[in-house]
Ligand binder design. Structure first.
Ligand code: ZN
Ligand code: ZN
Length: 148
């Protein structure tokens, strides 16, 4: 399925912009403390996208890295702090995109299909009864595997 999803950081001037043009391998809710603590949110909504389908189209010089693990490389804008996507060594062919940094009218390309790292859930968050599988840690399915 051909899609083109675009997103970027929150800068008004010279924002970082990125896009991908392939259906994500999966979309999931992540409750791991790396995601929540770096985003300041109680959950992260992640699209797993092939690296070959992804590119930064503007503002690449503003992108900085922070490693929350030696194997987990999180990219953010140096000006506005927006954490847009990350690379995990265990998934050499994919990157993980924080879906809310896509434009609100973007076609993500897939629906969330699971909750992962629910053992790390913030105590103030209640997971909705949405019928999706809840995995204590990473849920191996399809191509991505355990990130630890
Ligand atoms: Zn920015
Ligand atoms: Zn996470």
């Amino acid at each position: 399925m051909a899609i083109l999803a675009k997103g970027g950081c929150r800068c008004d001037v010279n924002p970082v912009r990125y896009e991908y043009n392939a259906t994500p391998a999966e979309v999931h809710y992540c409750l791991c403390t790396d995601c929540t603590d770096t985003c300041g949110g109680a959950l992260a909504l992640i699209a797993v996208v092939e690296r070959s389908a992804f590119r930064i189209t503007a503002g690449e010089e503003k992108v900085r890295n922070y490693d929350t693990k030696p194997t987990c490389h999180r990219r953010f804008c140096k000006d506005c702090g927006c954490h847009m996507f990350l690379y995990v060594d265990a998934f050499p062919d994919h990157l993980l995109i924080h879906v809310p940094t896509l434009d609100r009218d973007a076609e993500v390309g897939a629906e969330p299909d699971r909750w992962v790292f629910v053992n790390s859930k913030h105590p103030m968050l209640t997971i909705p009864e949405d019928g999706l599988p809840r995995h204590p840690g990473w849920a191996a399915s399809g191509e991505p595997v355990q990130a630890e």
